[in-house]
Design a protein around this ligand. Structure first.
Ligand SMILES: *Cc1c(COP(=O)(O)O)cnc(C)c1O
Length: 394
């Protein structure tokens, strides 16, 4: 029975993933269940997407109500859900203008186009981007062009023109890449796929100052680190700066595919105008009902306060593991976005953890990555530590 699904999928899908040999069936709270009824404590949340946990009643109700009304209208019309979602997201993001997309990658594409349009409208002759080594921004041609991992780029060359790479958290290396053609600097506020590297606050301030001085737009990719994961709604909000453009996705829909890029009025006034950019699905009433429900639930359940509170415990317990286990070299991260640098193959530990009934994932450079649902409790952290210790011992 179970092998049948694996075989079927393997026969029909393009082989772009080495999937785990698990067939997931349903979820409840912070647990997933496979087709054999085995339960897993989920510390990956579908790569930081399912932040409210699974089968959230209030969220499901909002989706069901919208299914009964209207799923799609195209962007030729207004709907109540897009108005509500845009207003709420703009407020949460401290931005002025929002464009809804269907994914994180599309949010990146939109942000890159927005920056080029800004330079074009100002007749500045600028078109270059500075991106960071070790970054990840998605898999489309534009997103791959600013992704700082050669393996992801090389097979698809030639990529878009005018991208220069700098070292993350090294302001001098960024300054060395600035030319009179630089239109934007793009980076993650916390690097995710690259191995969980939080931004150095002074570096972020330095980049902001550099951008202000040279009329360069700062694009922050908050797709993984945003939406409450660090204890603030967006990670940059802790550092006394504001990006000109930001990218949002993953947890903003809690499982419904939706993303957005948002910008300040200063960027918007010179940027994308009717005819410059569009999407058929983006901002459809179903996706927007999800965004609205997620943002409402964040307020109603005081999710940010909870993340701040549980993070201290989570971090302390992980630091305990670093002390206790020889193969755990270091912890990096902020809030509920954490990585453990391992001194043994991370794949082994992930497989052992699955046998123990714990789901964790990896990130670049042999890092065990955790992005649990934001609603975890101390008991879940304790259970994770117990299971992870078993996995590290095996
Ligand atoms: C996941 C991710 C993306 C790409 O988002 P998709 O929804 O997979 O297209 C871009 N940037 C970062 C930082 C991500 O974590």
């Amino acid at each position: 029975m179970e092998n049948n699904y694996i075989e079927k999928a393997e026969q029909a899908l393009l082989h772009t993933y080495n999937r785990y040999q698990i067939i997931l069936d349903k979820g409840e709270g912070v647990y997933l269940c496979d087709v054999n009824g085995k339960k897993y404590l989920d510390f990956a949340a579908g790569i930081g997407v399912c932040s409210l946990g699974y089968s959230h009643e209030r969220y499901k109700k909002a989706l069901k109500e919208q299914v009964d009304k209207l799923l799609h209208v195209s962007n030729l019309f207004y709907t109540a859900p897009i108005a509500d979602a845009a207003e709420k997201l703009k407020k949460a993001a401290q931005m002025d203008r929002v464009f809804f997309t269907n994914s994180g990658t599309e949010a990146i594409e939109g942000a890159l186009k927005a920056a080029r349009k800004y330079a074009y409208a100002k007749e500045s002759g600028k078109y270059e981007f500075i991106a960071m080594n070790r970054s990840f921004h998605g898999r489309s041609m534009g997103a791959v062009s600013v992704t700082g991992t050669e393996d992801y780029r090389t097979p698809f060359e030639p990529l878009i023109k005018g991208v220069r790479f700098a070292e993350y958290n090294d302001i001098e290396s960024v300054k060395a890449q600035v030319t009179d053609k630089t239109c934007a600097i793009i980076m993650e506020t916390i690097q995710g796929e690259g191995g969980i590297y939080p931004v150095d606050p002074d570096f972020l301030k330095g980049v902001r100052e550099l951008c202000d001085r040279e009329d360069i737009l700062l694009i922050l990719d908050e797709i993984q680190c945003g939406m409450g994961r660090t204890g603030s709604m967006f990670a940059w909000q802790d550092y006394g700066i504001r990006p000109d453009i930001m990218c949002i996705a993953k947890a903003v829909g809690n499982g419904v595919p939706v993303g957005a890029f948002a910008m300040t009025e200063k960027a918007a006034q010179y940027s994308l105008k009717p005819g410059d950019h569009g999407t058929t699905y983006g901002g459809n009433p179903f996706a927007c009902a999800a965004v609205s429900a997620v943002l409402d639930i964040f307020e109603e359940e005081k999710i940010l306060d909870h993340v701040k509170e549980i993070s201290a415990y989570f971090e302390a317990e992980l630091d305990g593991l670093v002390q206790e286990c020889d193969t755990v070299a270091a912890r990096r991260g902020k809030g509920l976005m954490q990585g453990l640098a391992l001194e043994r193959p991370v794949g082994e530990v992930i497989a052992n953890a699955q046998r123990e009934g714990l789901i964790v994932i990896s990130a670049g450079g042999n890092v065990l990555r955790m992005l649990p649902p934001l609603v975890i409790t101390k008991e879940h952290v304790d259970e994770m530590i117990e299971k992870l210790k078993m996995a590290l011992r095996a």
